[in-house]
Design a protein around this ligand. Structure first.
Ligand code: CS2
Ligand code: MG
Length: 412
């Protein structure tokens, strides 16, 4: 048994996706997601120009050895591009192993630890009325947990607001669920943390008043606050009992979370831009977060994320896997299989992909009563229609960036 071919497939049905397709000499195929939003082609080159040659002829059964080989033999370790490339190989090999074993991947990972995965959706609005309507619309779609992002008076276009104009003057073109805008250059957005800190608690007060105490509510600070501002927000949101406050401050300096922890009991989620277990070591060991936000696609695949979550479990820290539209249906399926099997599952982010994407990627997962389930097909349960994919060639797209009113670049 060995790997006969390795194809890197780039398609852009509703947004850009990068998928690795491995085929064994027995004709068994495996898929892995390698999509890195706004930097997709860097991973394509890493795979095509450096990794594919290393895979041909390898025994596809030796997943751990292949992981270690790709991680250590590269010499240059970690980082978003490397870990997305390794993730794609890893997940494709797990897909092949589960298909060969004739079982859904979660069975190979230890079987189901729950009926399904509680998932949250993205409600947002420029004002309270839009926020309320968006929450109701998500409840009608079956969501039983909701992330709330709100516009801030005085700020034109900010992260996470579906009804934002994509750029000033582009009236009517919705931001919707895709932050990466097609185009030759990134668009600039404006930001003011003090306005945001004054406004957000008033929105959660109104949402709790309107929707009651039960509904799990989440909010994404999207890396924009200093540690003391994050502490301030966490404290001011305590009365509204959030499920979590996410990415409250940039966490390259893991100690920053100590100051936040000192001042608030609002649960904290971090890690969607982390790539390895080592990025978390201190914040897990010091109990500075409650949820690990890493996605399988950006953290070295199932092999590495499973180890990270097992480490987190020792500290009663749970998973909260990143699941925006830039995690492809292949990456989402991998997240669902892992999430169903692990004990310390917390919640899964679930933004629905577009109709064209669902044509390119045939999926077997289910969404019922607010719970996701990866399905019972052998392997991941996702097939990529290569002819359909070819209809949508790559298109340049960038995530926006932020400048403060004085022109300073700020975290987006
Ligand atoms: C976000 C993402 O879903 C989230 O929690 O932080 O929308 C993020 O901005 C994108 O995935 C970036 O590619
Ligand atoms: Mg986020």
């Amino acid at each position: 048994m060995s790997i006969r071919s390795a194809e890197v497939i780039v398609t852009s049905p509703d947004r850009n996706f990068v998928t690795l397709k491995l085929t064994t000499d027995d004709g068994v195929t495996g898929l892995g997601d390698a999509t890195l939003n706004g930097r997709e082609l860097a991973v394509v080159s890493y795979l095509r120009d450096h990794v594919v040659a290393l895979l041909l002829g390898r025994d596809e059964r030796n997943i751990e050895d292949t992981w270690q080989f790709l991680y250590r033999s590269a010499y240059w370790r970690r980082g978003p591009v490397t870990m997305a490339a390794i993730a794609a190989v890893d997940v494709a090999l797990w897909d092949i192993k589960a298909k060969t074993a004739g079982m859904p991947l979660y069975q190979l990972l230890g079987g189901a630890s729950r009926r399904g995965l509680l998932a949250y959706g993205h409600a947002s609005g420029r004002d309270l009325e839009e926020v309320f309507d968006s929450i109701r619309a998500h409840q009608e779609q079956g969501y039983r947990a909701i992330r709330v992002q709100t516009g801030v008076p005085g700020l034109h276009s900010i992260y996470g607001i579906a009804s934002n104009e994509t750029s000033p003057g582009n009236v009517g073109v919705r931001y919707d669920h895709e932050p990466a805008q097609r185009g030759a250059l990134p668009t600039q957005e404006d930001w003011d943390t003090r306005r945001y800190l004054r406004h957000v608690p008033t929105v959660f007060e109104a949402v709790r008043h309107e929707f009651g105490p039960e509904l799990p509510l989440l909010h994404d600070g999207h890396h924009r606050m200093t540690p003391i501002q994050a502490a301030q927000l966490g404290k001011s949101l305590e009365p509204y009992d959030l499920f979590w406050l996410e990415d409250c401050t940039p966490a390259e300096n893991q100690e920053a979370l100590r100051l936040v922890r000192q001042h608030t009991t609002t649960p904290l989620a971090i890690g969607e831009i982390f790539n390895t277990l080592w990025d978390y070591q201190q914040i897990i060991r010091e109990q500075l977060i409650d949820y690990v936000r890493s996605a399988v696609t950006h953290t070295g695949g199932i092999t590495h994320l499973k180890k990270l979550l097992e480490y987190a479990a020792q500290y009663q820290i749970k998973s909260g896997m990143h699941g925006p539209t830039d995690v492809s249906p292949v990456g989402m399926a991998a997240a669902m299989h892992l999430g169903l099997a692990i004990h310390n599952f917390g919640i899964q982010e679930y933004m629905k992909h577009g109709a064209r994407t669902d044509q390119v990627f045939r999926q077997s997962f289910t969404w019922r009563d607010g719970l996701l389930h990866p399905g019972e097909e052998p392997g991941l349960g996702v097939e990529l229609d290569v002819d359909e994919a070819r209809k949508y060639p790559y298109e340049s797209a960038y995530l926006p960036f932020n400048r403060l009113s004085d022109g300073t670049v700020h975290d987006w």
